[in-house]
Design a protein around this ligand. Structure first.
Ligand code: PRP
Ligand code: URA
Length: 212
């Protein structure tokens, strides 16, 4: 795959270790949910390293000093329903006050085109750092549409985070939205004839919520 300036592929041993368990068909729903959260937290560390900060004064037992802290209410998490919900807690661990907007999308089973069925975003989102999350970046249709919706509502700083990406989806988002940084913990081989990621992990929504 081409080297895109706006794409970060982690390929980190700690994340890869967890991905191995995530992929396994023998991993339980509980473990799957926990792994998605843990991987998201590890990715957030890098994804939000440029989050706005402010300087505050702190008194240590020895003296007063100034220290930078994360600016309150500067991050909004936007999960793409359903599977993106599984990543929200992983960011909340580090940014407990982050508000959450929801975009509901499902892929048409024949055309694989995304269909939006829900959108509810926090007031004032246009000035926040918006992190769109979805564990699976397959054709890239859902991610591209969600980002387009957010831009239509005035969002200027958008990041996209997926656990597993297919080259097709990474290319589509990177090229359609060059101003959005795409964070993918691991890059898989390709899509199959049903637009599922190979080797992938199957259907993330079903594995998170036990629907199949
Ligand atoms: C999955 C996944 C993404 C989308 C990725 O959702 O969670 O949202 O497919 O595919 P794309 O990159 O080709 O658009 P799905 O449609 O299965 O809905 P669900 O989350 O409700 O299970
Ligand atoms: N959605 C999933 O949940 N898994 C895939 O492999 C592709 C889309």
């Amino acid at each position: 795959m081409k080297d895109y300036k706006n794409v970060v592929i982690f390929d980190h041993p700690l994340i890869n270790h967890k991905i191995a368990h995530l992929r396994s068909k023998n991993t339980s729903m509980k473990e799957f949910r926990e792994l998605i959260e843990e991987i998201t937290t590890l990715m957030t560390f890098e994804c939000l390293k440029d989050v706005p900060t402010v300087e505050i004064e702190v008194e240590t037992p020895l003296e007063k000093c100034t220290q930078r802290v994360v600016k309150d209410n500067s991050v909004v998490i936007v999960p793409i329903l359903r599977a993106g919900l599984g990543m929200v807690n992983g960011i909340h661990v580090l940014f407990p006050t982050a508000r959450v907007g929801h975009i509901g999308m499902y892929r048409d089973e024949e055309t694989f085109e995304p269909c939006e069925y829900y959108c509810k975003l926090p007031d004032g989102i246009e000035d926040k750092v918006v992190v769109v999350v979805d564990p699976m970046l397959a054709t890239g249709g859902s991610a591209c549409d969600a980002i387009t919706q957010l831009k239509k509502r005035g969002c200027k700083t958008i990041k996209f985070m997926a656990v597993i990406g297919a080259p097709e989806g990474v290319k589509k988002v990177a090229e359609t939205h060059p101003d959005v940084t795409v964070f993918v913990s691991t890059l898989d081989r390709c899509l199959n004839e049903n637009a599922y990621i190979l080797p992938g992990l199957g259907d993330a929504g079903d594995r998170l919520f036990g629907t199949k």
